[in-house]
Design a protein around this ligand. Structure first.
Ligand SMILES: Cc1cc2nc3c(=O)[nH]c(=O)nc-3n(C[C@H](O)[C@H](O)[C@H](O)COP(=O)(O)OP(=O)(O)OC[C@H]3O[C@@H](n4cnc5c(N)ncnc54)[C@H](O)[C@@H]3O)c2cc1C
Ligand code: FES
Ligand code: FES
Length: 1378
């Protein structure tokens, strides 16, 4: 069948409006169509690959057979527009608007403080909205599922979940204190606390009103019902799209064009085309081929159409489970178990069953289960229809199956199970949800009389290039009674059979091999338990809990096995009882198959209310909503890439080095320039001014000239008239390199080669040698901490617009340091700063990553704009962003500690090596802060710390929230934990023995009073009831062999302000207009931390006006010059004072007017002031504290004050897989007199979860050649909803005062990130308990992040112990340990 030349018109609806596209391009995804063509920029792009949910929209389709409309959420970044013919799309703009009426989902998200930077908010809104369209009163489980595919980097999810919780009918009880002292029932519970103030009122929320929803377009219904189906063709520049209407036509197309892929969900194909450059000149969409969507029931099972989405498959199987007796649904339930954890909801809504099978991912979750379950495939080709068993022969190798290129998978037969047949599925992934599995399995056994194994099928994913059957292991089980004896032999065979080379792709070799064993053990126990229950249940009785229904203890701990308790007596097995049936699984062993708790309870947020005497108008101290939250939730908030394109705008894409250390021999751009739409190239030679940025005595080239020193270094940029054109142009540039010898990657390499950025930093107090000598014990240890990607949801974005005269430029940039960007652009162009104006409206998150690196990107973009005289936009893709812009510094910390028998530390010697990467950036300042915080909260009389930034051939690392403190303090806590382990005492006791007490002096001579540190500490202890909790934890651990709970209580003392005094200044400009409205400009950038809201509150107090009359438009270098970066938790302190200063000047100027008319209103005074020629505009200035650090003498006052906090976390760890849940987290933090408790609590929760990510989840991995592997949410996991502590309580310390900051408040942006380490140390505590089971005691190493791999291996279970370890150095590992 020939590719037709015709192109049909594409018709679909967006937000109730008809869209007709005459030249629909199959390569265009919905998100670009919405943003660029329809200018609906509410839908955001963060990852572009289906992994973050920022682009979520709702798609609705009419099904003419059932005559119903189906609504589902989908990721617009993977949705080809051509797939949308006949569909209605709803975007965030179609849901509600601040101009008309917000939808309750938007309103509640905003009011519940669930929107900080707001970049994730439209996606969150759409996921929840789609859920509500299907479930008007959803359960928390529904909500968890709906939000599972949406990432947020700011909030810590708690407020988002709470906003959604308002739609449920479930109890709103906080379950605080383990169910004692219920917040809903304070009066009835003796001894309960008086009810705490609430962060948001729930009384006046807009009700859910379905009449507000857009109706499905009647025209589309009519077309679906009446219009004859015809083949559709769409033709783009490079790709044609055909949508046949019958199976015959599809088969014909496939046989004529065997290389043309079928596109269903586009979730495999889309990322391949986008990220791996795959080009398919023809794609076939079988979405209208009915047989692919049919479901046929037979007495043996069900034929499921291969085109059904995974959500639809869930529904089909769920209905079978409801309808059939349990013994028939073993396979269905195992598949449902996998489907629940497979990807996020948006992916499951579009990804097809056939697509999952045919994609044949090595770690497909479905294939091992389908294969173990004995499923069959119906395949059509020009030779006719045939059935193919889905078994070991089906999978041929990496991403290949025995299906021919022209074969179409039509349907999958999923059989019912018979009595005596047991099917289970297990998966272990880097994150609990929405993560491709590390190892995934499907296992089936058929037992005969005497529980003898008649048939067994064990399939694994993630342990080779394709789904793999452990056939020999199965063989070893055949004919043997189901028992411990057979199992031991099975392990030995399995170890021989499933072998991974030590350098296998994906790494984690020991872990993966250990999982093959431990998951088999789990299967064994599941079956054992099912058999045991059968033997105790009357014949045929159905006394089970329904599938998926778990009995929940007060703490949310569920206590059933994977599939609910089995009790139907299968024929054959039952006849052998009692002799043949194995004994019940002992309670301790059952812990291996207990599901981890997952029910997120409402948490407590405590803060001190403002005094009753405070004026109503005065917003300071009140939990005021983030001022942009409604606009953010409505998708109306404008980020850089939402700015409409100026006339003639060009797009810049960057070419990056592919070598870690090489000379550049030549750059050939000819192929790029030949591509359509490509206009020009920008190279080092084009830079008119400074070609390098200079920092701390080192130069960093903007674009490499002669040499590159890391993979990812910027070499040149390609300019084109479209994004895709520029990206294709960049891909076509050829750079010739000559490798230079011996690149340096690890800190060990750097130390050996003395490759450092200077200065090194050192602080020493007391006599460390003597302190070590006099100690009862001396211990040495180390902690290696990986880096952390900022993963701000909004990628780096800049738009440079030449004004057209006198080399003047406007730079619209997502930068937390507009002045640094301004200077970089000016220097690079060789013009004075007064020609460059930087505008920062808001940032979609920054976390330190949008300072130096952004300025470099802006400078290069400005060169492009200068060279072409046209506006140039540069927006990094997620993968580029992660590759180019660096991360938090990985650190190796080594220590030697001397301590007494009573736990007192007499001396400590610490050494920090930070992996800085290839350029200096802010690394020397980061290492400075490490040694300044190496005491954390402890008085160590003899203390020495040294830190150095290692120069390596990796991308340059940069500032990240906490700026070295999270690494430095974690090493100290590791040291304390080791002391506790050596002494066999609880770690919190060692902490208490060593914490600063009374008037104190730091190791660099700064005086402070740790009283509030102790108050936080004691309050956490009291809130969690530490003694009884630890006791309960101990007894839990005794009762559970394979599950261990651990706890940690961690303090923080965090220095606020910049130690370079000049950075502590701030300025503001306040205009009052004649109508009384106030416009505030200040130097702080709004990046989600709510600084503009807080400034509004300051103005409201100082001028006595309601916050609603105050507006902050943007941060601009034209309004407030020479601003300092919004960083160091000092933004509000500094800018608040400057704004206050300006307001006080204005207020004073108005004094004569007020005196004249004391009863007048604010508006009348301002009008009068104008008439009396009084200036209504004032600048404010704050000089800031004169912090300093004298490194020569190792003393100073580098901070203005300290913010204190303490945090208790408790985890439950599955020792067999390393999977864990944070059961509870309680934080008490001293923020002084909070300016805005909702914002401060938001910062605390967000920082905590970011810290939890740093220490337990987020892992950057580099190839042995220095290439960053983890370049997107598929490979790099930030915390998701599933990672929120199940009980998450945050309290702001009451009655705290701080004379050093505005209105007695304290900076809070960074300090709490470190408290995420409490989860790390809780895991370590649980690991310690697991090791004790193996007879191991004392200190042991555990690196950060404590991923499931590390936690599981550290547990030293008999399974991981069985796996042979390859000699380091005898092979090249897949990833570097930097
Ligand atoms: C963010 C993300 C997370 C994911 N997480 C998981 C996970 O946790 N576990 C997991 O198992 N998978 C996961 N996946 C993979 C996902 O399940 C598969 O990509 C999906 O099932 C493929 O289906 P599709 O309809 O999107 O296929 P498409 O991308 O549309 O097509 C994929 C391929 O299959 C072929 N194909 C599709 N249907 C047929 C057919 N009927 N006959 C013949 N060939 C056909 C096409 O020719 C094409 O080559 C994830 C994917 C993403 C993007
Ligand atoms: S941008 Fe679409 S899922 Fe991330
Ligand atoms: S508010 Fe969610 S990413 Fe910023």
């Amino acid at each position: 069948m020939a590719v037709e030349k015709r192109s049909d018109s594409l018709c679909f609806f967006v937000n109730g409006r008809k869209v007709t596209e005459e030249n629909a391009d199959p390569e265009t995804m919905l998100v670009s169509f919405l943003r660029e063509k329809l200018r609906l920029t509410g839908t955001k792009v963060s990852c572009g690959g289906g992994g973050c949910g920022a682009c979520t929209v709702m798609v609705s389709r009419y099904d003419p057979l059932s005559r119903t409309v189906q609504h589902f959420s989908a990721n617009a970044c993977l949705l080809p527009v051509c797939q949308l013919a006949g569909a209605a799309v709803t975007t965030v703009e179609g849901v509600g608007s601040t101009k008309t009426r917000l939808h309750p989902v938007q309103e509640r998200l905003a009011k519940a403080h669930g929107s900080q930077c707001g970049f994730c908010s439209p996606g969150m809104v759409m996921s929840m909205y789609a859920l509500l369209r299907n479930q008007a009163a959803p359960s928390m489980e529904h909500i968890r599922e709906a939000l599972g595919g949406n990432l947020c980097r700011c909030t810590g999810y708690r407020p988002i979940i709470d906003s959604c919780r308002t739609f449920t009918q479930e109890s709103q009880c906080c379950q605080g204190n383990g169910g004692v002292g219920c917040c809903m029932n304070a009066e009835e519970t003796p001894g309960a606390e008086p009810s705490t103030p609430r962060l948001f009122p729930t009384e006046d929320l807009l009700p859910l009103d379905p009449t507000q929803d857009l109706i499905f377009p009647p025209e589309l219904m009519r077309v679906a019902l009446t219009e004859p189906q015809q083949t559709r063709w769409f033709r783009g520049e490079r790709v044609a799209w055909v949508s046949p209407v019958s199976l015959e036509e599809l088969v014909l197309l496939k046989s004529t064009h065997p290389q043309a892929p079928l596109v269903l969900g586009n979730t495999t194909l889309g990322p391949e085309m986008k990220f791996r450059g795959a080009l398919h000149p023809l794609v076939i969409s079988p979405s209208r081929v009915a047989p692919l969507f049919e479901v046929t029931h037979t007495p043996q099972g069900v034929w499921v159409g291969a085109g059904l989405s995974l959500t639809q498959v869930q529904m089909v199987l769920g209905a079978r489970v409801e309808a059939l007796p349990q013994e028939k649904t073993e396979l269905y339930r195992a598949l449902l178990h996998q489907l629940r954890a497979l990807a996020g909801q948006q992916i499951r809504n579009v990804a097809s069953l056939g697509g999952n099978i045919v994609s044949a991912l090595p770690n497909s979750d479905l294939n091992p289960v389908l294969a173990a379950g004995g499923c069959r495939l119906r395949v059509a080709s020009d030779g006719g229809s045939r059935e193919v068993p889905l078994d070991q022969d089906f999978f041929r190798g990496f991403r290949t199956t025995l299906l021919g290129a022209a074969d179409v998978l039509v349907a999958v037969f999923v059989p019912e199970t018979r009595p005596g047949e047991f099917v289970r599925a297990f998966r272990q992934a880097p994150r609990k949800e929405n993560a491709l599995a590390t190892v995934t399995t499907g296992m089936r056994v058929v037992l005969g009389p005497g529980a003898v194994v008649r048939d067994v099928q064990l399939y694994y994913g993630g342990v080779g290039p394709c789904t793999l059957r452990a056939a020999r292991t199965g063989q070893a089980l055949l004919g043997r009674p189901w028992g411990e004896a057979m199992l031991q032999e099975a392990y030995s065979v399995l170890l021989e059979e499933v072998v991974l080379p030590p350098g296998a792709v994906g790494g984690k070799v020991g872990f993966r091999r250990s999982l093959t064993l431990s998951l088999l053990f789990k299967f064994y126990l599941e079956v054992q338990q099912a058999l045991a229950l059968m033997s105790t249940t009357p014949e045929g009785a159905q006394s089970t809990t329904p599938e998926g229904a778990h009995s929940t203890t007060p703490e949310g701990v569920q206590s059933t096995t994977q599939q609910g308790v089995q009790s139907t007596t299968p024929e054959g097995v039952q006849s052998t009882t009692p002799e043949g049936v194995p004994e019940g699984v002992p309670e301790r062993e059952l812990s291996a198959i207990r599901p981890l708790p997952c029910c997120i309870q409402p948490g407590q947020q405590g803060f001190q209310e403002v005094s009753g005497s405070q004026s109503e108008q005065d917003a300071v101290g009140r939990p005021v909503m983030h001022r942009s939250a409604p606009a953010q939730a409505a998708g109306e908030a404008v980020y850089v890439d939402d700015t409409p394109p100026p006339q003639g705008e060009l797009f810049l894409a960057l070419v990056t080095s592919t070598r870690p250390h090489a000379s550049i021999l030549g750059v050939d751009v000819s192929a790029a320039l030949r591509l359509p739409g490509v206009l020009d190239v920008v190279t080092h030679a084009d830079i008119p001014g400074h070609k390098a940025r200079s920092f701390m005595g080192y130069e960093e080239e903007l674009l490499a000239d002669k040499e590159v020193s890391c993979v990812g270094q910027l070499v040149c940029g390609v300019l084109a008239d479209s994004r895709d054109g520029a990206r294709r142009g960049a891909a076509a540039v050829r750079v010739r390199y000559q490798d230079l010898p011996d690149p340096v990657f690890t800190v060990e390499d750097a130390v050996q080669r003395e490759s450092f950025f200077l200065p090194r930093r050192r602080i020493e107090r007391g006599d460390v040698c003597k302190g070590l000598e006099t100690a009862d014990h001396v211990h040495s240890g180390e902690l290696r901490l990986g880096g952390q990607e900022h993963f701000y949801m909004e990628p780096q974005s800049v738009l440079v617009v030449p004004v057209g005269e006198e080399t003047e430029f406007h730079v619209y940039v997502s930068s937390q340091a507009p002045t640094i960007t301004q200077e970089a652009v000016a220097e690079t162009l060789g013009v004075p700063s007064n020609r460059v104006t930087c505008h920062v409206k808001r940032l979609g998150g920054a976390f330190g990553g949008k300072i130096t690196k952004t300025s470099i990107l802006a400078a290069i973009t400005a060169v492009a704009a200068w060279k072409t005289g046209r506006a140039v936009r540069c927006v990094l893709e997620r993968g580029e962003d992660m590759l180019i812009t660096g991360a938090r510094h990985p650190v190796l910390g080594r220590y030697q500690v001397g301590f007494m028998e009573d736990g007192r530390i007499t001396a400590a010697d610490l050494q920090y090596y930070a992996n800085a990467g290839n350029t200096v950036d802010e690394s020397p300042l980061v290492v400075e802060k490490m040694v300044l915080h190496m005491d954390n909260a402890y008085h160590i009389p003899n203390l020495r710390g040294r830190a150095v930034a290692c120069r390596t051939n990796l991308p340059s690392n940069t500032a990240f929230r906490g700026f070295g403190v999270p690494q430095a303090a974690a090493v100290v806590e590791s040291m304390i934990t080791d002391v506790a382990l050596c002494l066999g005492r609880p770690a919190h006791q060692i902490r208490e023995v060593n914490m600063y007490r009374g008037p104190s002096v730091t190791h660099y001579g700064m005086r402070f009073d740790p009283e509030n540190l102790w108050r936080c500490w004691e309050e956490v202890k009291a809130r969690v009831g530490l003694g009884p909790r630890l006791e309960a934890l101990r007894s839990f651990n005794q009762d559970h062999r394979w599950r261990k709970r651990g706890a940690a209580l961690i303090p923080i003392k965090y220095g606020v302000a910049f130690s370079e005094a000049f950075l502590n200044q701030a300025a503001a400009l306040v205009h009052v207009y004649k109508d009384g409205s106030v416009l505030v400009s200040h130097g702080g950038a709004e990046m989600g931390q709510g600084i503009h809201t807080k400034m509004q509150q300051v103005v409201s107090r100082e001028l006595g006006v309601p916050s609603s009359q105050v507006y902050v438009s943007e941060t601009s270098t034209a309004s407030v010059p020479n601003s300092c970066p919004s960083a160091a938790s000092f933004g509000t302190d500094a800018n608040g004072m400057a704004v206050r200063d300006a307001c006080q000047k204005l207020y004073k100027r108005l004094e004569p007017i007020r005196t004249k008319n004391p009863k007048g209103s604010w508006d009348s005074w301002t009008r009068a002031a104008f008439l009396e020629k009084i200036s209504l505009s004032a600048t404010g200035f704050f000089r800031g504290p004169d912090c300093y650090m004298d490194w020569e003498n190792m003393e100073g006052q580098p901070y203005s004050y300290f913010t204190y906090g303490a945090c208790y976390s408790e985890v439950e760890l599955d020792c067999l897989t390393g999977d864990y849940r944070t059961l509870r987290t309680d934080i008490v933090v001293d923020v002084g007199q909070s300016l805005n408790p909702s914002i401060d609590i938001g910062q605390v929760e967000g920082a905590f979860l970011q810290g939890l990510g740093l220490y337990t989840l987020e892992q950057l991995s580099f190839s042995p050649g220095g290439l960053l592997y983890s370049r997107g949410p598929s490979q790099y996991k930030i915390p998701a909803v599933c990672d929120v502590p199940l009980s998450f309580n945050v309290h702001l310390l009451p009655d705290s005062h701080n004379p050093h900051a505005i209105y007695s408040s304290k900076g809070i942006g960074e300090p709490v990130l470190f408290l995420g380490s409490s989860v790390f140390y809780a895991i370590k505590d649980a690991v310690g308990a697991a090791r004790a089971e193996s007879g191991l005691g004392g200190a042991f190493p555990l690196d950060s992040p404590a991923t499931p791999e590390r936690a599981c291996l550290a547990c030293a279970t008999p399974f991981s112990q069985r796996v042979p370890v390859s000699e380091p150095g005898s092979f090249t590992p897949w990833a570097l340990n930097i």
